[in-house]
Design a protein around this ligand. Sequence first.
Ligand code: FES
Ligand SMILES: [Fe+2]
Length: 458
Amino acid sequence: MKFRNFSEREYDHETGWRINPDAGENEPERKFPYIDNGTGLIDAGRYHDPGFAQAEWERLWARVWLIAGRASDIPNVGDWFRFDIGNQSVIVVRADDGIRAFHNVCHHRGNRLVMADFGHGEHFTCAFHSWQWNIDGSLNRITDRDTFRDAIVCDEPPLSPVALDQWGGFVFINLDPAPSQHLTDYLGALPAQLAPFHFEDMVVVKDVETRWPANWKVALDAFLESYHVHSIHAEILPFYDDYHQQWDLLENGMSRMLMEFATVSPRLEDQETINDGLKMMLADAGMDPDAFTGTAGQVRKAIQQHKVPAYAKAGKWFDGLTENQATDDWAYFIFPNVTLNIHPEGFLFQRFRPDPRDPERFVYDVQVILQPVDDAKPPVYMGVEDGTDCSGRTRPERQHIRHGEPGLGFVLEQDSMLVPVVQQGLRSRAFKGMRFSEQEQRLRHFHRELDRYIAGEK
Ligand code: FES
Ligand SMILES: [Fe+2]
């Protein structure tokens, strides 16, 4: 493997790499202007200090827009799902007039109303003393009401609403009753950039929740860069350029990373042979790898030229996507805790939620969300098992797996082994702080935005 001299020019942080040097100013592949977030080290305390976690809770989690789930998971009136963040729990339910969110708490003695991940019903009935609410949040019953003195229940307490908005099939909630920004302003340029993928049509085909012994940011950081790929995921280098990537920093801490697939990593010596990884990519695209006569460097374009008309013919191609998007991975970060790895067929959704009791633990949610088609072939690293129903007819159960158990797919399992060890390293008295390269500029951008929340500037 090569560690130097594999690029035609030195990296320049102002210019960066471009996935398409010819992209015009209004085109999806345009390079965004560099944002200088400085060169300071990032202190390790934020990854384990309970005081920092508490500040995050009060100044970030309780105030920011968060993706709670997918609207397609609650298609019918009465369908609901539960979303927990820190020590708060929220019910998201489809009522007659649309989707609503409520705090998951009974106004009698504070019991949680629902415990399951998903459910359906006309009411929410508390399991403790059977108080009951309608799905629009209005109170339906106080059991033995005549035994309450009137002053205690005369407000007929409705469920407490949670601010809610939607974009791209995602349901966002905000624990702040009066969010400081509308969701549209918060998301900035993202909806326009991602509109051609038609997220709103996509459905969940895989859903895993697991808990890792690490701070949520240690894991998120790892998914905001590809600098570690050559070391941790070397298996994918035969069909993935881990170096020449377009890193774009966007507003509100968000960012993107455009990555070439079906290209041999420049770190590998053999740039000519149609290796097994490229063969897999050709076959994935519906081409015969043995009939392919070009060189390795021609595979990406060949797949694009095959896929675009094939998708158009099958009615699966969408206006506004570029040829490169037929092969590449467009990785977006939605501040503060969601990453998307986007392909025309769908995307990998990863969400990082803090443990309310221990800053050195977090909940890791992974979902694969696809256009509902019978013969979907998501990229292999998404870890969708053969035979999975991708038609949208059945919503898979959420799998709850233990850290280290199989079920994430081999790439994410490699990360799951790495991240807790980094967490341990961060406790070292000798560690001076994180030194980010320009390949890690999305991490710095994220941490600078987090700093603004912690400082009360946002
Ligand atoms: S705590 Fe819910 S009915 Fe008593
Ligand atoms: Fe990784």
